[in-house]
Design a protein around this ligand. Structure first.
Ligand code: DLL
Length: 432
């Protein structure tokens, strides 16, 4: 059996899993109470002590942690062990100028890498595989996480980091990489480059593990078709270690959350009320056994749905559907909620690729939304009549998906910048 398929945990009966979670939670709350004065004060303000939290059903009594709390306690106000016991930090890209710094003990690193090893194993990875890691290395968790997971599985690991597409392709061919790990937008770019260079018959890839950004089901099919692989989704965030909080199995219909380490709730983002399973809302996580940075009820801002439907792979851990994006990625256009991933789905359905740019503005007090869409070599046309027809079809598709009018502009193939990491799809001029 594969080394990082752990059926006694991943396929545990619900009551056994629940008991494990209850025990870990009680110990974790005590650990935080004893070592994180900031959170202890929040509990005291509600008249709570660790004795009030005995099972996961008691979790709803606890206060949330938000990104604002992380900023307020930056850099190490939520660290629960002496710094001499920490061996690593990782950090978010901080594109908004507000970095999140996460701390790890050696056990935290092991736990994280184990989660990534489970993800690689679920995607069919073994010690026979060559895993090409083209997530960024450094402060970003993508490279180090999948790298550590690949080592644990015993795969031959290619620590490529992101960028330098020529070198990526050369190693992919020469070293016979079988599993590709990168953002879906970079996977799409690599696929495009492979076709342009006529390398399709020279690659040995069988699977891809793609995450770190929202991507549509349509984009998955597109990548799978052009690379001849199975494309698996992987989710995670720096605040909770990085990739591997959840991952897809052979069923490819949602990501199993590593529930022995992370307890998930879905809440109403406006009221904070816990919502029943199957309802869309904001994902909240409690880290059950991380030691250095043990976040309780952390609000991710990611919008998704949880499901406990039986999975054909045998794993019993709850699944999260593909997140539609962060609540902060959600655009409100003339009062209507729009996720970039919905726009992407329509484009791909109509034969385009995920090369697009969304520009939002406000003109005469009314919101406008324009989408620049690259034509593909297959549907490229320089006939004005043909372009107008294609644009009209897209406007119609977007109207029925979103319920609002979107201006569409077809642009020449390869005229939009490609992404090597997380793609930046939206320019919101209302915020500039
Ligand atoms: O993106 C960790 C990661 C690396 C995950 C590699 C998967 C693969 P951050 O930079 O802290 O960490 O960003 C976390 O990215 O809250 C989501 O909004 C988004 N995100 C991550 N994975 C997915 C996914 C890494 N599979 C934020 N689908 C999260 C949709 C995702 N969004």
């Amino acid at each position: 059996m594969e080394r990082y398929y752990q059926p006694e945990i991943e396929c545990a009966a619900p009551e056994i899993l629940r008991q494990m979670q209850n025990e870990k939670l009680a110990a974790q709350v005590r650990h935080v109470w004893d070592n994180v004065p900031y959170y202890r004060a929040k509990m005291e303000a509600r008249g709570l002590t660790p004795d009030d939290i005995r099972t996961v059903d008691d979790l709803k009594k606890l206060p949330f942690l938000t990104k604002d709390d992380l900023r307020e306690t930056y850099p190490d106000g939520l660290v629960a062990v002496p710094l001499r016991d920490c061996v690593r930090i990782q950090s978010t890209s901080g594109t908004t100028g507000k970095r999140v710094v996460g701390y790890y003990t050696q056990e935290d690193v092991d736990l994280w890498e184990e989660c990534c090893a489970r993800a690689i194993t679920a995607a069919g990875g073994t010690n026979e595989d060559v895993v090409q890691v083209c997530y960024g290395y450094g402060l970003f968790t993508g490279g180090p996480g999948l790298h550590g997971g690949s080592h644990k599985v015993g795969s031959l690991t290619l620590p490529m980091s992101s960028g330098n597409t020529d070198r990526q392709l050369q190693f992919m061919v020469d070293l016979k990489a079988t599993i590709l790990c990168c953002t879906p937008s970079y996977a799409a770019y690599l696929a495009e480059s492979i076709h342009e260079r006529g390398l399709r018959d020279k690659i040995c890839l069988k699977a891809g593990i793609f995450g770190a950004e929202a991507w549509s089901e349509e984009m998955r099919h597109d990548i799978e078709k052009s690379l001849g692989i199975k494309a698996y989704d992987i989710y995670g965030l720096t605040e909770l270690s990085g990739p591997g909080v959840s991952f897809e199995c052979s069923e490819q219909s949602g990501m199993h959350i590593n529930e022995d380490h992370f307890y998930a709730e879905i809440i109403d983002p406006d009221t904070g009320e816990v919502l029943p399973e199957g309802t869309q809302g904001e994902l909240v996580f409690t880290a059950l056994d991380r030691k250095a940075f043990p976040l309780l009820r952390y609000r991710t801002r990611d919008i998704c749905v949880l499901s406990r439907e039986k999975c054909s792979c045998g794993r019993t851990h709850v699944k999260m559907k593909k997140p539609r994006g962060r609540s902060d990625d959600m655009l409100i256009i003339r009062g209507v909620n729009v996720f970039p991933s919905q726009i992407e789905a329509v484009l791909i359905e109509q034969g385009y690729q995920a090369n697009y740019q969304i520009v939002v503005d406000r003109v005469n007090n009314s919101d406008t939304i324009d989408v620049l869409v690259e034509m593909t070599p297959e549907n490229f046309s320089d006939s004005l009549a043909q372009i107008t027809k294609q644009e009209k079809d897209l406007v119609g598709g977007l109207k029925s998906m979103l319920g609002i009018h979107v201006n569409v502009h077809l642009v020449a193939p390869k005229s939009l910048a490609r992404s090597e990491g997380k793609a930046v799809r939206v320019i919101d001029k209302r915020k500039i």
